[in-house]
Design a protein around this ligand. Structure first.
Ligand code: 13P
Ligand code: SF4
Length: 316
């Protein structure tokens, strides 16, 4: 049989990564939005919350964070003694970028009597201005633990903030930020898909706009959507979040059909996060081999940023 050089290379990379992992006592962590081949070799796959929890408790010497920059920063802040590597240094996050620390500080200072809650999709500098960090997996639970009359600033994701306001009845002040993937899903296209698949349930990430949240059968973090699909008895689902999650959904529920919702863009039907997809198996291999692309956080910022992250872990 003729050899396929691409498959041979992939198989060689898998073996080398596995060998290097043992040799260096490294842990490969991956978010659900990573490419399939990365999720396949990861030691741990999770949503932002699970990745933060795992980073806080691992005894590995090296963490390779296959996700985006803020995930690497969160891991480094929680485990400063570990080497945290990221396969591609350009893997940022449009949502984190929608919250400039200087402007956020001004906003916080304008509302001195407010508790500051920030989504984990933020830079370490924004976390350092924050009282409690949340993820989409625990935001509701954490907000509900605060007194009903507590004044709250919530940033940077306005869609998640609006969702939390709607389910808790709070009136948190929202920062005007959004994710370029989740904010672009089209209600019309998804309504059309629903007509073509009337039995399909609609799974929506809370970073999507309010009208989409309102037509959802389930609104939740990537882990919550996975959990819902695994326990629910429907056969078909329209998945309104980054399409990388379909890999784990199909793995968990091979008998079910998962349809990726299209985005609202005439030229690009993409429902993929270009930042998440920058990481490849080649880059995982070379960053682990050379121990390059290390995440560093200014110790003064890390000292302030660790408190709201630890508060989150204690409250959820
Ligand atoms: P979760 O991992 O909390 O579901 O968030 C999704 C996301 O956009 C991560 O960047
Ligand atoms: Fe950031 Fe959106 Fe990509 Fe998540 S999907 S990493 S929020 S840009």
């Amino acid at each position: 049989m003729e050899k396929n050089p691409t498959l041979e290379r992939l198989s060689w990379l898998r073996e080398e990564i596995s060998r290097l992992k043992k040799e260096k006592n490294a842990l490969i962590m991956a978010h659900y939005y990573q490419r399939d081949e990365i999720q396949e070799i990861a030691d741990f796959i999770g949503d932002s919350l699970a990745l933060a929890r795992q980073a806080a408790k691992t005894d590995a010497d090296i963490i390779v964070m296959c996700g985006v920059h803020f995930m690497g920063e969160t891991a480094k802040i929680l485990s400063p003694e570990k080497k945290v590597l990221i396969p591609d240094t350009e893997a940022g996050c449009s949502l984190a970028d929608s919250c400039n620390p200087e402007e956020f500080e001004k906003f916080v200072k304008e509302h001195p009597d407010h508790t500051v809650i920030s989504y984990v999709n933020t830079s370490a500098a924004v976390k350092a201005l924050t009282d409690i960090v949340v993820t989409s997996g625990n935001a509701r639970q954490i907000v509900e633990q605060l007194p009903e009359d507590e004044k709250i600033i919530f940033g940077p994701d306005k869609n998640l903030g609006e969702y939390i306001n709607s389910v808790t009845g709070r009136k948190m002040l929202l920062w005007d930020g959004a994710c370029h993937v989740h904010d672009r899903f089209s209600l019309e296209k998804i309504a059309q898909m629903k007509k073509e698949h009337p039995g399909a349930k609609v799974l929506v990430h809370p970073e999507c706009r309010r009208p989409l949240q309102l037509i959802a059968d389930k609104v939740g973090s990537t882990a919550a959507l996975l959990d819902f699909a695994a326990k629910d008895d429907s056969k078909e689902y329209i998945v309104v979040t980054e399409s990388g999650i379909l890999f784990e959904m199909k793995k968990k529920c091979p008998e079910k059909i998962f349809l990726a919702a299209p985005a609202d863009d005439a030229e690009c039907q993409c429902n993929e996060c270009n930042f998440m997809k920058l990481n490849t198996l080649e880059k995982v291999y070379s960053c682990l081999r050379d121990e390059k692309h290390e995440i560093t956080v200014d110790p003064l910022i890390a000292e302030k940023a660790v408190r709201p992250i630890e508060r989150m872990l204690a409250m959820s």
